[in-house]
Design a binder for this molecule. Structure first.
Ligand SMILES: Cc1cc2nc3c(=O)[nH]c(=O)nc-3n(C[C@H](O)[C@H](O)[C@H](O)COP(=O)(O)OP(=O)(O)OC[C@H]3O[C@@H](n4cnc5c(N)ncnc54)[C@H](O)[C@@H]3O)c2cc1C
Length: 388
């Protein structure tokens, strides 16, 4: 099926030729390589890992980072590539978000020269895969409570603890692990061969099935001091990584919403019930379509402006929270409505909307739940934190 993107407010005319080229390249890649096989990957509950070298060749890994073979995109181009990837599947976009924002970004920003030159070119080409371990089974929204600890020893650092819900966990060559130390939370690079390190796949997911999710077990892992990220002391440094990822998610959710909208506009124009009329001719159906178009357009405008603020170095965490919170919730609502309009057919994986809907339940939860972003905004508005 041909994809008809939404551009109701002519945002395309605001893009540079280069941004448009990147967007179109990723769009074609997703149509040719992701969409034809995503149903199989989703059924199998597997991330289509053989796409990774192509991500590297297309320059999709590393986003806005420069040097060390990173693509050095501007914020709009980085946003657009997230949007296009998530049109295919949130799990595919999650891979790229984690690799770029949660692994390459902390190495680039907080790493030593040796860590940067060793890992960034490999990660940018897709020749190495990374994951980011912050969440623990008992500490999700409140990662500051983490129990994973790192103790300084004469020959390095001894890491002990468990991380939960880690995207790319079983595939990763390198894990960015956040652990409590005598000096506060710090970031470490744990290589997959490290003795005592295990990644166990989490199965039975009804959401983000085409993504690798794992528990990481660190059982007295001794790592050399050169694997500590030298500038990553303090939980704030971990949260800086999340801000990068949340920016991409605010864009990505638009792609999922556009896929659902496109599917359901076509479907409702072709589906006939009562008096030989297509269901798209009924007011209740049109009301849903009008809602979808409105919310996609609003989300596009938010994301575009957010990218401009990022490019000007004026972006704030609260602005990112507003866009992540809004765009993901509206994309989820659009996917739910699209599923309804597809009727019984909508529960089949011949159609995409229910897959997007299920995926977006994860996207609503990870990188700060919807309600945690509400509290971040409440804090911003009132100056009064309401987290505990
Ligand atoms: C598929 C998937 C992939 C993930 N990938 C990663 C990854 O790569 N790396 C990583 O580190 N983590 C990852 N996560 C973890 C994710 O970030 C956490 O699930 C998320 O932060 C929420 O934590 P939790 O699941 O423990 O929920 P909880 O924190 O237990 O929250 C449960 C509910 O309580 C609400 N709640 C919590 N505290 C408050 C409060 N103070 N006030 C009001 N409501 C509150 C929440 O909003 C939520 O609705 C992933 C999660 C999933 C599902």
């Amino acid at each position: 099926m041909n994809f008809h993107p939404v551009d109701f407010y002519e945002i395309d005319s605001l893009l540079s030729d280069e941004e448009r080229l990147i967007r179109n390249t990723v769009r074609e890649f997703v149509s040719a390589e992701v969409i034809p096989r995503i149903r199989g990957a989703y059924r199998a509950g597997e991330f289509p890992a053989d796409l990774v070298p192509a991500f590297g060749e297309l320059g999709l890994l590393g986003g806005t980072l420069s040097g060390y073979d990173c693509p050095g995109l501007n914020a709009v181009a980085y946003g657009l590539l997230n949007q296009e990837l998530e049109r295919g599947d949130s799990g595919v976009r999650s891979f790229v978000s984690v690799q770029s924002s949660l692994v390459m970004y902390p190495i680039h920003t907080f790493g030593s020269e040796q860590q940067k030159s060793k890992w960034l070119p490999l990660l940018a080409k897709g020749e190495a895969i990374g994951c980011f371990g912050l969440t623990e089974a008992d500490f999700g929204s409140n990662p500051g409570g983490m129990r994973t600890r790192a103790e300084k020893k004469s020959d390095g650092w001894l890491l002990t603890g468990n991380k939960m819900w880690i995207t790319n966990g079983t595939l990763a060559d390198i894990a960015v692990i956040w652990a409590r130390t005598a000096e506060g939370v710090q970031g470490f690079l744990v290589e997959k061969e490290t003795s005592g390190f295990t990644a166990k796949g989490i199965h039975g997911k009804l959401s983000l099935r085409a993504s690798d999710t794992a528990e990481l077990i660190l059982d007295n892992c001794l790592i050399p001091d050169e694997n500590r990220l030298p500038e990553a002391t303090g939980l704030k440094k971990a949260l800086m990584c999340l801000s990068q990822a949340r920016f991409g998610i605010a864009w990505g959710a638009i792609g999922a919403a556009m896929a659902c909208y496109d599917e359901v506009v076509e479907y409702t124009k072709g589906r006939v019930q009562f008096d030989d009329k297509p269901i798209a001719s009924h007011q209740l159906v049109q009301e849903k379509l009008a809602f979808m178009l409105t919310e996609i357009t609003k989300a596009q405008l938010l994301a575009f402006r957010l990218a401009k603020l990022k490019e000007q170095g004026r972006i704030t965490n609260a602005q990112i929270s507003l866009a992540k919170r809004n765009n993901v919730l509206q994309a989820l609502e659009i996917a739910r409505l699209a599923r309804q309009l597809l009727g019984a057919n909508g529960i089949l994986d011949d159609y995409q909307s229910m897959r997007h809907m299920c995926n977006l339940e994860t996207v609503l939860t990870y990188e700060g739940t919807h309600d945690i972003h509400t509290l971040i905004l409440g804090h911003e508005i009132t100056g009064l934190p309401a987290y505990s």
